[in-house]
Design a protein around this ligand. Structure first.
Ligand SMILES: NC(=O)c1ccc[n+]([C@@H]2O[C@H](COP(=O)([O-])OP(=O)(O)OC[C@H]3O[C@@H](n4cnc5c(N)ncnc54)[C@H](OP(=O)(O)O)[C@@H]3O)[C@@H](O)[C@H]2O)c1
Length: 182
């Protein structure tokens, strides 16, 4: 599949590595570029920069997009309950939220897990085939969490993960990934 990742940091760059290992063709975009050739676009920029990031990317119209952003201490753009719904309003194509609930620092250890790690996705039915394939090809078992209207719940999942962390399971997370790498 021809994939474009917008944001080539921990998440975008890490997923690009995994997908290339699975024989996909990945175009890595930083702050500007063109995704018109892509069959799937993954958005992995800082959550508060989503509007600015999309403004600087050409060829997004109608694309199947997976939004992997999290909202750490920021709100989604005004008028939207989630970044993923904002993305859809800008692209008007099949849209999903996924890859925002697993830590990039663990991408190179997916194969060590006792069972295949699950990864949540919610979004449009038209995006299902692409999202589920890209989950499996990255080493995850996709878990469907309902329509795109549930994206705000999935974006809030990060707060729950951090609450669990602070509640005592932190040492377990930290043993797997030091906090400065999460
Ligand atoms: N790290 C994780 O474990 C993790 C897990 C799940 C979800 N997330 C979410 O995924 C997103 C990406 O996280 P990350 O850890 O991959 O971040 P990161 O390493 O800092 O990478 C961010 C990327 O976004 C690009 N970018 C595009 N437009 C930008 C703008 N206007 N301002 C700043 N950067 C811009 C950056 O470009 P340059 O290369 O030019 O700097 C960079 O390539 C975030 O929303 C984060 O909350 C992170």
């Amino acid at each position: 599949m021809k994939i474009a990742v917008v944001g080539r940091g921990n998440v975008g760059g890490g997923l690009a590595d995994l997908w290339e290992q699975a024989s996909h063709e990945v175009k890595r975009i930083g702050r500007e570029g063109d995704v018109s050739e892509a069959e799937a676009v993954v958005v992995a920029v800082p959550g508060g920069t989503i509007a600015e990031a999309l403004n600087n990317v050409q060829g997004m119209e109608g694309k199947t997009v997976i939004d992997a952003t999290n909202l750490a201490g920021v709100d989604p753009p005004e008028g939207f309950s989630s970044n993923a719904e904002f993305v859809k309003s800008r692209t008007n194509g099949p849209t999903a939220k996924s890859f925002n609930t697993n830590f990039a620092a663990l991408y190179d250890r997916i194969g060590e897990a006792r069972s295949k790690p699950s990864n949540l996705w919610c979004g449009d039915e038209e995006a299902r085939e692409v999202v589920e394939q890209l989950n499996r090809d990255a080493g995850f078992e996709p878990i469907y969490a309902g329509p795109l209207e549930n994206a705000a719940l999935q974006e809030n999942f990060l707060k729950l993960e951090f609450a669990i962390n602070r509640g005592g399971l932190g040492r377990f997370f930290y043993r797997m990934a030091p906090p400065d790498q999460l």
